[in-house]
Ligand binder design. Structure first.
Ligand SMILES: NCCC[C@H](NC(=O)CCC(=O)O)C(=O)O
Length: 448
């Protein structure tokens, strides 16, 4: 077994971060659709979390934002002429479309891709499949650039294998790592990959939500498991409880989080909790007593409190064997039921023995907590050395990115501002400079 560690790659918030109510089924996105955003504060809140984790000794990387408004999409949809002309026309004819192609939603890199570490894959490489995010138009335009950025970050073909996104249809709706968790004893050994889905696409009679969409299908997860070369006995599937999707749990990472030998989840998260436990314990094998199932009962914390506080959208990080820290959003402290629970949890017998809290309000107001903002990539020492070093957080990079944000970002943005041709120019200038800072090459269409 190779020694390995879990790295976190956070999405850097882009200059057009705004609230426009694009995500039906995501309570925060719908509730905040008329508010002004603060892109500068949003980017800095994210950077503060990344830096704090790097300072705690974790490997922390940065994934660049995408070009927005995305003019190439508007051109595909028939708008023509200069960029300014395109903006002018779309503003007049289809303002909601402009909002959709302007979203900074690629910041939530838990949805960027599904990643399988080399310990799990048949060819011994780390595999990446960008998520097609087909359920929301504004997110369905992410996967190509995501793929380009992942390839510029994890370049070496000896260590890294990059797949295309799955077919762009609802049957293969894929929301990436937000619905994927890996359990293991040590990171470098073969682990259990746990795929959670919202519905079975090819089985009309199977249970599914009635109010909000199930974004992710079983068939998508199966395709990713095949493409990554995972062995059947190391893969476990579980269906989300349709009722919690209808209550605002649009991704499983709003209601469950896992790391190594610990699964922390809500009693109502899964359609069949007993089966989920049985399947995980079976895959875990003969050391079942070392696997921790921390189930939060409904009479302790309601689904509504989970959705409001984002308790489970936390990062569960190992500082050593049986020593984990839970990184939660500030909203958890403001909810006394959740806060009391967390204090009891760290004092109890579970491996979770510290809580760290971050102010991520700008992202939270669009339904993205600490876990949404990061893509986990388990890397051996050799793989870690092969990562593009300019993307790894350090004192220098932290300072450089803060200066970059100060120079290029606005501190207030409303939906109406998205029509401003100056914003497009600012965004291109900023991203062009960023590709140099992160040494990414020409990953954006406007650079080619
Ligand atoms: N993992 C968290 C994802 C949050 C994301 N929100 C958004 O896209 C909201 C954008 C807006 O409404 O402006 C989503 O729902 O997929």
């Amino acid at each position: 077994m190779n020694k390995a560690t879990e790295a976190n790659f956070d999405g850097l918030v882009g200059p057009t971060h705004n609230y426009s109510g694009l995500s039906f089924g995501n309570v925060a996105s719908l509730n905040n659709s008329t508010r002004a955003s603060n892109p500068k504060a949003a980017a800095k809140q994210g950077l503060t979390k990344m830096k704090a984790l790097a300072d705690m000794g974790f490997v922390q990387g940065v994934l660049a934002p995408h070009e927005r408004p995305h003019i190439p999409t508007l051109r595909k949809l028939g708008f023509a002429g200069s960029d300014t002309k395109v903006l002018e026309q779309v503003t007049k004819q289809a303002p909601k479309l402009l909002a959709a192609v302007s979203s900074a939603s690629c910041m939530w890199t838990a949805n960027a891709a599904t990643v399988s570490p080399s310990g799990d894959t048949s060819d011994g490489r780390v595999h990446f499949t960008p998520a097609n995010l087909i359920n929301k138009f504004h997110r369905s335009i992410e996967h190509e650039t995501t793929g380009a950025i992942l390839q510029a970050t994890f370049k070496d073909e000896i260590h890294f294998s990059h797949h295309n996104a799955l077919p762009n249809v609802d049957h293969f709706g894929d929301e990436g790592a937000a619905n994927h968790t890996r359990f293991c004893d040590q990171y470098g050994e073969q682990g259990i990959e746990f795929f959670v889905y919202g519905m079975e696409a090819f089985n009309q009679d199977s249970p599914r939500p009635t109010k909000f969409p199930a974004r992710h299908t079983l068939e998508a997860s199966q395709a990713v498991a095949r493409a990554h070369g995972l062995s059947d006995k190391q893969v476990v599937y579980a269906q989300q409880n349709p009722a919690v999707i209808d209550a605002g749990v649009f991704h499983n990472d709003v209601i469950a989080v896992g790391n190594r030998n610990t699964h922390f989840y809500h009693q109502e998260a899964f359609l069949d909790t007993a089966k989920m436990k049985q399947d995980l314990l079976k895959a875990w094998g003969d050391r079942a007593s070392q696997f921790h199932l921390i189930e939060v009962p409904s009479n302790r914390i309601s689904i509504e409190d989970c959705v409001q506080s984002y308790l489970f959208n936390s990062q569960l990080l190992s500082r050593g064997d049986n020593d984990m820290v839970l990184v939660v959003p500030g909203e958890c402290e403001n909810n006394s039921t959740v806060w009391n629970y967390l204090n009891e949890l760290v004092e109890g017998q579970s491996p979770i023995n510290e809580i760290k809290m971050f102010d991520l309000k700008q992202s939270m107001s669009n339904g993205g907590g600490p876990a949404c903002l990061r893509l986990r990539v388990v890397l051996t020492d050799a793989e870690c050395k092969a990562v593009n070093p300019s993307t790894l957080m350090s004192n220098t990079l932290f300072e450089r990115l803060n200066q970059w944000v100060d120079k290029h970002y606005r501190d207030e943005l409303r939906e109406a501002d998205l029509a401003d041709p100056q914003l497009l120019l600012e965004s291109h200038t900023a991203l062009d400079e960023l590709t140099q800072i992160l040494n990414l090459g020409s990953v954006y269409e406007f650079q080619r």
